[in-house]
Ligand binder design. Structure first.
Ligand code: SF4
Length: 64
């Protein structure tokens, strides 16, 4: 499983980083950055899916 970010859609709520701090962080202006390169580790998949599902801007996409 991989996750991608539509940076232009991101509004910097940081709810993704709260839900999955191992996977999502923030850049200088508070928009999301993906901290994991490539495949999301299996133990982080559940919280990553939760973060993606809760993104109010639908800026995150899961690629299985
Ligand atoms: S929850 Fe969505 S819109 Fe908010 S910072 Fe994360 S990716 Fe961006």
């Amino acid at each position: 499983m991989k996750v991608t970010l539509d940076y232009d859609a991101c509004h910097g709520h940081q709810s993704c980083a709260i839900a999955a701090p191992e996977v999502f962080g923030a850049d200088d202006i508070g928009n999301a950055v993906i901290l994991v390169e490539g495949e999301i580790p299996a133990e982080l998949e559940a919280k990553t899916r939760r973060a993606v599902g809760n993104c109010p801007e639908h800026a995150l996409t899961i690629e299985d």
